[in-house]
Design a protein around this ligand. Structure first.
Ligand code: URP
Ligand code: ZN
Length: 460
């Protein structure tokens, strides 16, 4: 028998162990894994000396996202190209229901826009921002036909994104009935608005006040409130971009009590600190929640090791230097968000695995396996016969230095510019097709498919 593609003698990294083997691919699926495949392939890749990882899944991106004043600079095409170059084979973005619009209609339109441009597979969370009874009634159909996962903002009241507690509760009640998952951006907006107004009245508007006006307690309070609501409604809860030691402790306690709460963080909350806001280009590091302290970073790494944080995603929300500069004189006017999708895997390998903070098995667990399980992407997330042949051939030795001008992301800077990295994706394979190889995008616009997700998500 002739395989379409054989990957020979790479070190296959899975959540449960790593071993050297050949992978035989037919069509879009992994069809054989064994020590040595005797047959030949129409195409063969020699992977000895390299790691073979399951395709990375980024469950939190904002492409073509209207942040209030600007659209993010990556559209679904450039963002997903950058993702492919970074070893990502699936992303989950958002369909944002606003202004009384139908959630389902919003979802269908956004899905069409993404499908026309995506270089890799994708899905969308349903973000609900303007919720009335009609929207609550739509939830079962959204879960059935579109998305089992929802996002609610507990902040950004002035931008019109925030939902009040009654909405949070009603959405959780309805989602729980139908086996979905509610994700939250958890920050207490009233604490933030109070502190923003106070600092502004004192003339304190430089970027560091972004961090001071969104203190740990704002996240802690919102995370605890969301957990209480999840307990009360028996709804599965997902904390997007958890950043603080206090919130992590709350999640740990809730998990110990058996409450269905899962948490993700992003590389910047593991690697960067609020000290960057004191630099003269401090606005370039503004995102919400803000960067924290080294103590928070350390506790989050520990949270990954201890299985409290199940996922590391990017919150890829890229603006360019010109756009970020608009808020230089007043932190409240900076478009929040930073670029990240292309660097997720290299950063987590270099700073996580190479520096001994996590094992390579843990790396694939938090970047691929858990995201697939939690978000209902059941054909993805591991190197197993029968799953989609989404794979990354990763060179664990190559050293390079981050230079935003050489990346596919459209942002003209990276918060990691000049950082030395160990390890780089060499080849990315999407459903058996090579879509990226040694610097070149080979995949095609629109090649990425919308992936229908399983209705019941995994509670971890
Ligand atoms: O600052 C951020 N994180 N921007 C993206 C929107 C969000 O809050 O997730
Ligand atoms: Zn958010």
């Amino acid at each position: 028998m002739m395989y379409d593609l054989i990957i020979r003698q790479g070190e296959l990294v899975t959540p449960t162990g790593s071993y050297r083997a050949d992978i035989g691919i037919n069509g879009e699926k992994i069809s054989t894994i064994k020590d040595k495949i005797e047959e030949t392939g129409k195409k063969e890749i020699k992977a000895r000396g390299f790691l073979v990882l399951p395709g990375i899944i980024d469950v939190h991106t904002h492409m073509e996202h209207d942040g209030g004043t600007h659209l993010t600079v990556d559209d679904f095409a450039s963002g997903s190209k950058a993702a492919a170059a970074g070893g990502i084979t699936t992303f989950i973005d958002f369909a944002q229901q606003q202004n009384g619009n139908s959630a389902l209609k919003t979802y269908v339109e956004r899905k069409k826009a993404a499908a026309e441009k995506a270089y890799i597979d994708f899905s969308l969370h349903c973000a609900l921002m303007d919720v009335d009874e009609k929207i609550i009634e739509e939830i079962p159909r959204v879960i059935e036909e579109a998305s089992p996962t929802f996002k609610l903002f507990m902040t950004y009241r002035k931008q019109g994104f925030m939902v009040e507690d009654d909405v949070l509760l009603s959405v959780m009640e309805e989602v729980a009935k139908h086996g979905g998952l509610v994700g939250v951006h958890a920050e207490n907006d009233f604490i933030i608005e109070h502190l923003q107004a106070k600092f502004a009245s004192e003339g304190k508007k430089s970027p560091i006040y972004h961090a001071f006006s969104r203190p740990n307690i704002a996240e802690e309070e919102a995370v605890k409130r969301a957990i209480l609501f999840a307990r009360y409604t028996d709804c599965s809860l997902y904390i997007f971009h958890l950043t603080t030691k206090e919130a992590l402790a709350a999640v740990r306690e809730a998990q110990q009590e058996g409450i269905k709460v899962l948490a993700e963080t992003n590389p910047h909350y593991l690697l960067l600190t609020e000290e960057l806001y004191r630099q003269k280009d401090g606005q370039n590091y503004i995102m919400s929640p803000p960067l924290r302290t080294a103590a928070d970073n350390a506790v989050l790494w520990q949270g990954i090791k201890n299985d409290i944080i199940k996922v590391v995603s990017t919150d890829h929300c890229p603006f360019n230097l010109e756009q970020k500069k608009e808020g230089k004189e007043d932190f409240r006017n900076v478009s929040p968000g930073i670029p990240g999708i292309e660097l997720l895997l290299p950063l987590m390998y270099s700073e996580g695995v190479k520096k001994g903070r996590i094992s390579k098995e843990k790396l694939v667990e938090i970047l691929s396996y858990n995201p697939a399980q939690i978000m209902g992407l059941l054909s993805k997330g591991n190197i197993t016969v029968g799953l989609d042949a989404d794979l990354v051939i990763f060179d664990p030795e190559q050293e390079w230095t981050v230079d935003a001008t050489k990346l596919y992301m459209k942002s003209d800077y990276s918060p990691y510019d000049n950082l030395k990295i160990n390890g780089i994706p060499k080849t990315t394979i999407l459903r058996g097709n090579i879509i990226y190889d040694q610097g070149q995008i080979i995949g095609k616009k629109g090649q990425g498919k919308f992936i229908k997700r399983a209705r019941r998500c995994n509670d971890g």
